[in-house]
Design a protein around this ligand. Structure first.
Ligand code: HEM
Length: 508
């Protein structure tokens, strides 16, 4: 695949030269700003002699280089990002006091990172995978991070299974290749995964770049209005570029030709002024509706049917600026689903609950204790009693670092009550496994009514291509899961597998 020279991503260096052609480039320095003596050759004794320890420039260059890499994200390592704004188009103040949603026409600066979930930073953009779609809103009340995916649901209902889920999606620890026995073993033993698996293997499993897919907050959140009334909500952001997916064979071809296909597409679109946008909606459920809902609204393997909980328009997301440096602004970008602003909060959704602590913890490991001082993560204001640690840049002047004190410093805001409205909770503590509740009603509707005949055939073909690599006892167990969705569906997967596998256990 070759790209014509007019594509901006190919011309970054030419543009740099053009922009700076009349400037004095200055002299080469060390990181300490001292003049570098020679950047091409090491200091030696004679032309053929050994290198001298006095060549401090060499140490400066080499030791910095040795530390260029930081740990990649444990998941969602491969990605692309951009900047833009969120604009309010509709009044939703009856549901939320969040300033980011109040005032039609109001704009809030945003950062967005799209990603693949499973493989490493060097992996291909067109593999079958869930895509991340995370948004950071730099609001006047601090940053709000909506860390979503391109699917409205997820594989599991309890965060405790997240490390297991990721282990089976990634590599076998002995062989270091993806292991289809691990993959299908887990999914066939955890039937709550079936809804997400159907989306994963459907056409939407390989979006055609990041611009042409929807995003969803997926988890259940809450909104609190200025009277302190709470409703539960889901967030949806629907593409204005039109949904487009890649057929499995062309995705494989592109993976070989241009592993950075989705990143390149996003960068070029923005650089040529073809700015992508998404319409932003909420679904709401009152606390009374929660009591009568015929499914668990805090279970992230379930969608909220639009017929009962219609999409309510709120605003639009626009991306209009590429990063000026990938590492500084995208690799160091950090999201935290627990970063809420007054008027928006979490819910008892068990997957969300687990996520609330996971992200700040991993960021402290990946980027360091002061990761929130990195400009791209930094809120518009910060006022507290935390100090010091590696790479401290902000010290909050001479303000006291303890509370209460007699010398000034921040006081708790009355708006903070909109973060944690009081609620009465009742129940017996215990380890409740929801995994064997009703897992099949919604996937059945998806299979029988959302997919047309062609989409069903492609779904089955995609499943067979991967399931054929698992052992027959695992295939059999997974086929029973498919049969619980729809007996014809299970039977067709079985027929597909018979072309590849010589097994008799599975009953047609
Ligand atoms: C089941 C519990 C989950 C846990 C414990 C978890 C944990 C994590 C961790 C540790 C990271 C790496 C973050 C970093 O290094 O900066 C991550 C990234 C991410 N997760 Fe999750 N995750 C969970 C579920 C989900 C769900 C349900 C979604 C979507 C609704 C999601 C969306 C994302 C996204 C988009 C990223 C990438 C953020 C970025 O671009 O930097 N995760 N997750």
């Amino acid at each position: 695949m070759s790209y014509p020279a007019e594509f901006p991503i190919s011309n970054q260096l030419l543009e740099y030269r053009k922009e700076h052609e009349n400037e004095d480039n200055g002299n080469t320095t060390t990181d300490g700003g001292n003049l570098a003596v020679n950047v091409n050759t090491s200091l030696t004794i004679g032309k053929r002699g050994p290198v001298l320890l006095e060549d401090l420039d060499f140490f400066d260059i080499m030791q910095h280089f040795n530390r260029e890499r930081i740990p990649e994200r444990v998941v969602h390592a491969k990605g692309a990002g951009a900047f833009g704004f969120f604009e309010v188009t509709h009044d939703v103040s009856q549901y939320t006091a969040a300033k980011v949603f109040n005032g039609i026409g109001k704009r809030t600066h945003i950062a967005v990172r799209f990603s693949q979930v499973t493989f490493e930073m060097g992996s291909q953009d067109t593999t079958r995978d869930v895509r991340g779609f995370a948004i950071k809103f730099y609001t006047e009340d601090g940053t709000w991070d909506l860390v979503g995916n391109n699917t409205p649901i997820f594989f599991i209902q309890d965060s405790k299974l997240f490390p297991d889920l990721i282990h089976i999606l990634k590599r076998n620890p002995v062989t270091h290749v993806r292991d289809w026995n691990m993959f299908w073993d887990f999914f066939s033993l955890r039937p709550e995964s079936i809804h997400q698996l159907l989306i994963f293997y459907s056409d939407r499993g390989i979006p055609n770049g990041y611009r042409r897919m929807n995003g969803y907050g997926s988890n259940t959140f809450s909104l609190i209005n200025k009277e302190g009334v709470l409703v539960y909500c889901k967030f949806h952001y629907l593409t204005n570029q039109g949904i487009s997916n890649l057929e499995a064979n062309s995705a494989t071809l592109i993976a070989g030709q241009d592993p950075d296909y989705a990143l390149r597409d996003l960068y070029n679109a923005i650089a040529t002024g073809n700015f992508p946008s998404w319409n932003f909606y909420i679904q709401v459920m009152t606390q009374e509706q929660v009591q009568t809902c015929n499914f668990n609204p805090f279970d992230v393997t379930k969608v909220w049917p639009h017929s009962s909980y219609p999409l309510i328009p709120v605003g639009q997301l626009h991306l209009n600026k590429n990063p000026s440096n990938y590492f500084a602004e995208i690799e160091q970008l950090s999201f935290n689903p627990g970063s809420f602003v007054p008027g928006i909060n979490g819910s008892p959704d068990k997957v969300l609950q687990g996520r609330l602590m996971a992200y700040s913890d991993t960021s402290r490991y990946r980027l360091g204790v002061n990761y929130l001082q990195i400009p791209v993560n930094s809120p518009n204001r910060i006022n507290n009693f935390n100090r010091d640690g590696f790479m401290t840049i902000r010290s909050q002047g001479g303000a006291p670092n303890y509370h209460p004190n007699s010398f000034g410093g921040p006081e708790e805001s009355v708006r903070a009550k909109l973060l944690y409205p009081s609620m009465e909770l009742k129940g017996i503590s215990g380890f409740y496994d929801l995994g064997f509740d009703d897992n099949f009603t919604q996937p059945r509707i998806f299979y029988q009514t959302v997919l047309d005949d062609g989409a069903k055939t492609r779904l089955i073909q995609n499943i067979v291509n991967d399931l054929k690599n698992a052992s027959s006892f695992i295939q059999e167990r997974q086929i029973n899961v498919f049969k619980n969705v729809d007996s014809e569906f299970g039977r067709r997967v079985c027929v597909g597998l018979k072309k590849f596998c010589d097994f008799t256990e599975v009953d047609l």
